[in-house]
Design a protein around this ligand. Structure first.
Ligand code: NOJ
Ligand code: CA
Length: 698
């Protein structure tokens, strides 16, 4: 099917099936075989060439050709809404919409396609209306194409059905091949990537002529995650859905709307980071009252386990018991009452609201690697963890304990225990839970990113909302903006976090400059920033954090999350209380965000205004290259004076040679100021900018 026949059809068509907002245009077409297709332009440049749309349903039943256009509708939408928490106080949802109503002539089956065009990109979704000849059906394949206009530079991870915890590869589209990365990534618990030419979304790209293009999806519910199969010769990407145990993709019942496929585009990298398309394409809050939801920072009995100082398990083996059947302690158990109290004391002394405790419940002796169904019961503490005493102690200090429910991938077990687990949280004063899905999924044969698990994560978010519990899911499918619909779903991991620096070769210095353009496009990440002891934190002395200390501070701004871990051990913070002041001060909920400068793989500079306050905070990070970045403070209120405290890399700092060298200095600023921030290799800078009542003139 050549471009010529598309053009022919368009000119024959009396309706102009084309929608534009500012520089972005989408055209809808049917070719001479009745195949639906679309293209996308940015200004005069076509960024998605005519690309087919459609499905294969069960038994090779094609639902991608032989369509006629029954009609179409267009409308405009312009509304502003306020997120419960987030990067900004209000979000404008402004788009032009085109709905096309199609009928497959031979089968009399109906399909709608809904396009929304925003000033910074587009979204489209398929809708199966209620109809006579398509009621219950199975999706064997979705055949959405994204035919790129060139061999773009891409920032990608392998299209794996079970994990997003890979380092990013930067290559041209024509060079995508994930096999070696999958093979060497042995630190990732489960890797299933049968298509070596498939990548995950969000896929970030840069064209040779300087356009930035991001492809992802929004509102992933009751459907598998979309990966992209790459044709390296033609630069065509095709949707590839994560299968279930039988190889099917989705079990649907009309009416049904698929997730939105999103294409964000701009000639400025900073616009990609400030795009709200994905949030706007998600449904508003469905959980009702949200007054109980509170963004927060938290410490945790966690890094000490990740680095091997203590363990999650109370005994070495499940059968290490005395004659009466009681587990014998290995004396390395981190979640013991005395140790947890130390973290509570530290949190209370530093204004940190939460304390996560992992390894508090029985089951950790053989939790991993056995594909075992009944691993945890989520309610029985180890004998040295006194739930009631710790809750009382935490409450007396104004601190909350955060529940940990590791499922080890056994979602069936968690579903059976979920009500019990959440009732336990409510009766013991827990208001948030971190879940986890390390290992192969049960039901056996399902994948982390398939339809069954997508439903599971939603059920957990709904259950948590019912019990007024905030959720942070580790190892789930990557987010698609559902935090708008479920505002208690605060964050997910679903990418390679700081923890990889503890137990593997870690993350490269450029990793955190790519995350905002990829994983974070869908929603907040529990990255666990704030490591201060950057070497010699593990018995393996070759391990190091690929960062300077100042960069760890900047991550609190550049990696947005309404829950941020203060991840290092209290004693490592106590060694640098002056730098720790930034972590004490930095909030996790914002009224405004300005992306000051950004280039994927190189650097990120972001300023954010604290919610209901005049305080601003800036985070700037670089990759392995040292660089200077000048922050223009023209966003500050005119006529106000502020005290800026700059936490920067010392002149001699360098992530490899001298990572913990930082400087702190204060300077008076106003809206005319420019701050020159000098970043070391692998470095960063964090700045707090606080209004002063009366200030000496400059
Ligand atoms: C992997 C999670 O990412 C990590 O944070 C957690 O400590 C372990 N699983 C154990 O649940
Ligand atoms: Ca993980």
């Amino acid at each position: 099917m050549g471009l010529f026949s598309f053009l022919l059809l368009m000119s024959q068509d009396t309706q102009k099936l084309s929608v534009t907002m500012k520089s972005v245009t989408v055209n809808f077409m049917l070719d001479e075989n009745g195949k639906p297709a679309y293209d996308v332009s940015y200004g005069s440049k076509q960024i998605i060439r005519p690309s087919h749309m459609g499905f294969v349903l069960s038994d090779q039943d094609t639902f991608d050709a032989g369509f006629v256009l029954l009609g179409s509708e267009k409308n405009s939408h312009d509304e502003t809404w306020n997120p419960v928490w987030g990067e900004v106080h209000s979000i404008r949802d402004h788009y032009e919409q085109l709905i096309v109503h199609l009928k497959q002539k031979t089968s009399n089956r109906l399909l709608d396609i809904i396009f929304r065009v925003f000033e910074d990109g587009i979204g489209f979704r398929y809708y199966f209306p209620v109809q006579a000849f398509l009621k219950y059906f199975i999706v064997t394949n979705e055949e959405t194409q994204f035919r790129l206009a060139g061999d773009h530079k891409a920032f990608w991870i392998p299209g794996d059905f079970d994990t997003n915890e890979y380092p990013y590869t930067v290559s041209n589209i024509s060079e995508v091949d994930n096999k070696n990365m999958v093979d060497i990534s042995t630190a990732i618990a489960v890797r299933v990537a049968p298509d070596r030419y498939a990548v995950q979304t969000p896929l970030m790209m840069k064209t040779a002529d300087g356009l930035y293009i991001n492809i992802h999806e929004a509102a992933l519910l009751h459907y598998p995650a979309m990966q992209l199969h790459v044709d390296r010769a033609t630069y065509e990407l095709t949707s590839s859905l994560v299968p279930d145990a039988f190889g099917n993709k989705a079990y649907l019942h009309a009416p049904f709307a698929t997730p939105w496929r999103t294409i964000i585009v701009s000639d400025k990298a900073t616009d990609i980071l400030s795009s709200r398309i994905i949030l706007n394409l998600n449904a508003p809050n469905v959980i009702g009252d949200t007054s109980w939801i509170r963004p927060m920072k938290f410490v945790g009995v966690w890094w000490e386990m990740q680095t091997g100082k203590s363990g999650w398990n109370y005994s070495d083996y499940p059968d290490s018991t005395d004659a009466a059947g009681n587990l014998l302690p290995n004396h390395r158990h981190g979640a013991n009452t005395a140790n947890v109290k130390k973290y509570i004391d530290f949190a209370a002394a530093n204004g940190i609201q939460g304390v996560l405790v992992e390894g508090w419940d029985i089951g950790w002796e053989d939790w991993f690697g056995n594909w075992k169904e009944n691993v945890f019961d989520f309610v029985t503490p180890y004998p040295d963890f006194d739930v009631n005493a710790l809750q009382a102690y935490a409450a007396s200090k104004g601190v909350q304990l955060i529940m940990h429910n590791e499922t080890s991938g056994s979602a069936t077990n968690y579903e059976r225990q979920m009500d019990t687990a959440f009732r336990f949280m409510v009766s013991h004063g827990y208001h948030s839970v971190k879940t986890g899905y390390v290992g192969r999924i049960i039901p056996r044969g399902e994948h982390h990113d398939g339809q069954w698990m997508v439903d599971h994560y939603q059920r957990v978010a709904e259950k948590a909302a019912y019990y007024h519990v905030m959720l942070d899911a580790h190892e789930p499918v990557r987010p698609t903006g559902l935090q708008r619909t479920y505002p208690n779903w605060m964050a997910c991991e679903a990418a390679r976090g700081n923890e990889y620096n503890a137990f593997s070769n870690g993350n490269t210095p450029e990793h955190e400059t790519i995350l905002p353009f990829t994983r974070l496009m869908g929603g907040p990440m529990d990255y666990t920033p704030g490591i201060f002891k950057l070497t010699h934190y593990s018995s393996d002395t070759s391990r190091r954090i690929h960062s300077t200390l100042a960069k760890q501070l900047a991550l609190y701004i550049t990696i947005y999350s309404p829950i941020q871990m203060v991840a290092d051990l209290p004693e490592n913070y106590e060694a640098h209380m002056d730098a720790f002041q930034f972590i004490r001060d930095v909030p996790v909920d914002w009224d405004d965000t300005k992306i000051l400068a950004a280039e994927p793989g190189d650097y990120i500079a972001i300023a954010r205004k604290q919610k209901a306050s005049d305080n601003w905070f800036i985070g700037v990070i670089t990759d392995e290259h040292k660089r200077d970045i000048t922050a223009d403070l023209s966003f500050l209120d005119k006529g106000k004076k502020y005290m800026a405290t700059i936490y920067g890399d010392a002149e001699t700092a360098d992530w490899q040679q001298n990572p913990e060298a930082y400087t702190i200095h204060k300077i008076m600023v106003d809206h005319t100021s420019h701050l020159l921030l000098r970043l070391a290799s692998g470095g960063g800078a964090a700045v707090s900018i606080i209004p002063v009542k009366s200030a000496p003139s400059k």
